[in-house]
Design a protein around this ligand. Structure first.
Ligand SMILES: Cc1ncc(COP(=O)(O)O)c(C=O)c1O
Length: 406
């Protein structure tokens, strides 16, 4: 008889965004005349930049001609894209990463979720609290997290690194032994960043203890201030202890096109075993590559025109972030994030819980955000708004929240 992987049965309730979707659906069914503004989910709204669309069209034409048709892509991704990534995202920043250490994929989510497969199930994971849920849930599925405490919202075998107002939403080193340390900066959900000195502390810790850092840089393009690391490989020794994930979703709006990459340096080992061949084996066995046309569009992101266009798009979203941040701050909210990140993290007013504030905003301002508690216990009483809406909707949403007079 077939048996299920009962680790899946340990996963609590429905996924955060399904619960939000259900609440919003129910509200709009009861109130069909209300215009609901969604600043909850982290999906982009601006169309793909013109030069990238042009590249996509010509790549489609190549697929229709016998001479230029492409079948399966090379395992690691096309050389033209990996070279552009190595050159622009690493060499220009002084990071020693070469094209053959880059694995192209269809996005950061699957890589962040799948990377744990190359590690033993005995490993202890450490995560920030609050956290992007994929890191924890993928480890629960693999049986690495122990039991869930519904009251506390924590897993018995996971080491939590609280990110609170006291530490500026940047974690301290794990207070218990951890083998795999997930970090994400600029952070989802808090919008916080990590200084190079602090990140270096994590790298030094990992080297000392033999831990591996899994560094998610999905929001790197939103860094606007000087001195904030764009890549963990800006830190000394990171080649020996870190894997890095990137996405084209937030910098170039590829959430629907799908493209990302993962860097596994050849110098990286766990217990003396190099990890690059393991990820190469996994990638080659379970994955057949991002589409050629999308990889061509990814290459075009690094062209002069592509860079100009995507910077304009990021500036558009960051104008929204500024509007949310300033608007809420001037009317007394405690706000953070939004400067190097498209996420604004605010404290729910009047001692409301995250979900109470969610319901209050939905019903009274018809604005949808994300309850902080959905990202972990330290997110309780916090709330996430995203800058990925249209400017007009963002302004209307903030003005509605302001007029609540909370
Ligand atoms: C922290 C973080 N990592 C990864 C992703 C997923 O990126 P992708 O669209 O490339 O799968 C997201 C998406 O919201 C994210 O917030």
């Amino acid at each position: 008889m077939a048996k299920v992987n009962d680790n899946y049965l340990k996963l609590p309730g429905s996924y955060l965004f399904s619960t939000i979707g259900k609440k919003v659906r129910e509200y709009s069914e009861k109130n069909p005349d209300k215009k609901i503004i969604r600043l909850g989910i982290g999906d982009v709204t601006q169309p793909i930049a013109k030069s990238l669309i042009k590249t996509l069209h010509s790549a489609v034409d190549e697929m229709g001609a016998a001479k230029t048709f492409k079948g399966y892509a090379p395992d690691l991704g096309y050389e033209f894209l990996r070279t552009a990534i190595a050159e622009n995202d690493y060499k220009k920043r002084g990071c020693d990463i070469s094209a053959d250490e880059i694995f192209v994929s269809d996005g950061a989510k699957c890589d962040c979720g799948n990377i744990q497969e190359i590690f033993s199930t005995d490993n202890v994971i450490a995560v920030c609290d609050p956290v992007y849920p994929v890191y924890v849930d993928s480890n629960v599925m693999a049986g690495r997290c122990g039991d869930y405490d519904e009251k506390k919202g924590t897993w018995s075998k996971v080491v939590y690194m609280p990110c609170t107002a006291e530490n500026n939403f940047t974690p301290e080193l794990p207070d218990k032994k951890a083998d795999l340390i997930y970090l994400c900066f600029p952070n989802n959900p808090t919008g916080s960043v990590i200084s190079k000195a602090k990140l270096q502390e994590f790298v030094d810790y990992a080297i000392k203890t033999g831990a591996v850092i899994l560094y998610d840089a999905a929001y790197e393009a939103y860094i606007s201030e000087e001195g904030i690391p764009h890549s963990i490989y800006e830190c000394e020794g990171a080649r020996e202890c870190a894997i890095e994930f990137h996405s084209f979703s937030k910098n170039a709006g590829f959430t629907g096109l799908r493209l990302g990459y993962t860097v596994v340096p050849k110098a990286l080992k766990a217990e003396g075993t190099p990890l690059h061949p393991l990820w190469a084996r996994r990638h080659g066995t379970k994955y057949n590559g991002a589409p050629y046309i999308v990889q061509k569009a990814g290459e075009a992101v690094y062209s002069e025109e592509g860079q100009r266009e995507i910077k304009e798009q990021i500036a558009y979203y960051m104008k929204n972030a500024r509007y949310i941040y300033d608007g809420l701050k001037t009317c007394g909210y405690t706000v953070s994030g939004g400067v190097n990140s498209p996420y604004i993290w605010l404290k729910a007013p009047n001692n409301m819980t995250s979900w109470e504030f969610f319901d209050y905003l939905l019903e009274n301002a018809n604005v949808v955000g994300t309850p902080g508690s959905g990202f972990g216990p330290s997110g309780e009483t916090y709330f996430r708004l995203t800058a990925f809406g249209s400017y007009e909707n963002t302004v209307e949403a903030v003005d509605r929240i302001k007029s609540l007079g909370l």
